[in-house]
Design a protein around this ligand. Sequence first.
Ligand code: SDX
Length: 394
Amino acid sequence: KTGFVTLDSGYKNTGATTSAITFLDGEEGILHYRGYPIEQLAENSSFIEVAYLLIYGELPSQAQLDGFSSQLSQHSRLPQGLENILAGFPANAHPMGILSALVSSLTAFYPESVEPNQTKEQIALNITRLIAQISTIAAWVYKHGRGEQLIQPKANLDYCSNFLHMMFSTPEQDYEINPVVVDALNKLLILHADHEQNCSTSTVRLVGSSQASLYSSISAGINALWGPLHGGANQEVIEMLEAIKQDGGNSEKWLEKAKDKNDPFRLMGFGHRVYKNFDPRAKIIKAACDNILNNLGVNDPTLNIAKELEQAALQDSYFVDRKLYPNVDFYSGIIYKAIGLPNEMFTVMFAIGRMPGWIAQWKELRENKEPIGRPRQIYTGQSVRDYTPINNRN
Ligand code: SDX
């Protein structure tokens, strides 16, 4: 402490705001969206219904859900000109970098979205456009990376089916929508939809607190999510599992690497700032892995490697003492891979899932008229000193 400042690097013990959106209990492994347990939502709801719940606070009536879904369909085509920006990116650019750039470019295509004082209707339109267009943008980023023709959304498809269509259809051949895949996608996106004040959501709130626009704030959140310690971990996990498979599947050796303080390698997909017993999302995703891969007839050796790694870690005092368990990123990539997504698209899927949470938190901050975020510091630099002309310097 110096005077009035308490240093809390990483905000490990700092509450930045009040919020009515998501409840987390790290000791008990509890996660609720607007009071509803995620286990029930993952089992019974759809991603768009959960998006509505997070943003507007209540589960929609059938009429409200139909209206929201048709609004999303109506706004799912991208503004003219965005395709030219996409075309300027090298094919091997990481999708997350393109995603944040294209979301930021929406401020140019919809300049009215930048106004600080907008009506509720205008804000709702900005929100609907973003949820509708993020899946089209993501699919087009994927197609651009593969040098394939861009596919337009279809008005008669639900959100997840449309995403799969834009990802995997070609001008010659429509992708055959598999209900098992659609169900898996809904479940995964629901489980990623919000997570109170994690790094990327706190970024969205901090940027939004300066009255920056929704699209600018979300673009910042996408960049924060990209980091390998945060959403980028789901890509790191699958690359780690594949490296272990190449290495003969020897989990013990990799656990030792993760424990070695001189080795920068960490067991990706393990550990969490809040969950200290288990991540309820990881439990659901792990269970879903088995039946989705069975239903798809996919036999992926990395799933067994993941399970062995988890088993070994949970019996290893290094991990148990530090309360390190699988988090949301540990098993999710195995499902994305089974659906046909490449590793570099996994964090983009996290961003699509987290979109309603980021939006709900940005909207709440604005409605609560929260002050601009401006933390202090403890200064550790030079004491005051006089300027020296350059010819007097050594
Ligand atoms: C997400 O916050 C959220 O809610 C995020 C998220 C969301 O939905 O938004 O849940 C999504 O980001 C999940 C986390 C994805 N990241 C990873 O899987 C990367 C690997 N995990 C770690 O980097 C780490 O566990 C974090 C970043 C998740 C949490 O870091 P903390 O809370 O700052 O913990 P720490 O780094 O201080 O670690 C405490 C100890 C240290 O050892 P000691 O110094 O005490 O000896 O545990 C060790 C760490 O070295 N440790 C690990 C480890 N994670 C922590 N050692 C090996 N492998 C790991 N994965």
